[in-house]
Design a protein. Structure first.
Length: 228
């Protein structure tokens, strides 16, 4: 059964009038965590897409790029998006459900936040409303502020993309220690590990984007040492 068929099955289990956020209560164990991850990103993305006052075609299209939605499954994806967008529950209710499912600070929550950054930047603009939204989601997820700043630096071009921030190390840290941090983070970002912690195969490009940002940061730091 495909990911999207399992999502349709999860949605069909909802009772009449139940909120979309209720679906997370029944998706706590693998392999259904990939269903939970996908619904989480789409649901929070639908809420965030309104944070700047409008939902653009680019933001909607970002879902397609993250999840590689086949044409025959677009209706299921659209149903999740529309249910979340029209649900009276606030985004914080969704964020808390997801945090409770995976545990505060879990790596998969970083994957969710990265997916939201991807959507926020889809229209080429990073609105202050989106920044406030993502910062609050990070807080609810139990992620450190340095983790949030690292993601923002990696995704937002004008957010002072400092390589030290991206790798979450203090400026001036010895190069051998930076290299160790970089290797560990790249290892954790590998698609196989991402899938093991709940990221669906359809969204592995989020892991690939993380690796690119980590490698770029490492190269900048290494080059600065070579020039010193």
């Amino acid at each position: 059964m495909s990911l999207w068929s399992r999502i349709a099955q999860a949605l069909s289990a909802l009772g009449r009038g139940e909120a979309l956020s209720t679906v997370f209560d029944n998706l706590r164990q693998p392999p259904e965590r990939s269903v939970a991850f996908t619904i989480a990103v789409i649901a929070l993305g639908a809420k965030m897409a309104k944070a700047d006052g409008q939902v653009t075609r680019d933001e909607v299209a970002a879902f397609r790029r993250i999840f590689q939605i086949p044409p025959e499954e677009e209706a299921n994806a659209a149903r999740v998006f529309n249910m979340a967008r029209t649900d009276v529950a606030g985004f914080d209710a969704y964020a808390r459900k997801i945090a409770n499912m995976f545990g505060p600070g879990a790596d998969v929550l970083k994957d969710v936040l990265e997916g939201l950054f991807f959507i926020a930047l889809a229209d080429g603009d990073y609105h202050e409303g989106e920044d406030a939204f993502l910062l609050e989601v990070a807080r609810i997820f139990g992620l450190e502020e340095c983790c949030f700043r690292a993601m923002r630096s990696a995704f937002v071009e004008d957010a002072d993309p400092d390589p030290w921030t991206v790798l979450e190390v203090e400026p001036g840290t010895p190069l051998d220690q930076v290299r160790k941090v970089w290797r560990n983070k790249v290892r954790e970002a590998h698609p196989d590990r991402a899938i093991a912690r709940g990221l669906p195969e359809e969204a592995v490009q989020l892991s690939q984007a993380r690796v690119i940002a980590l490698n770029k940061a490492w190269e900048e730091i290494r080059a600065s040492h070579a020039d010193a």
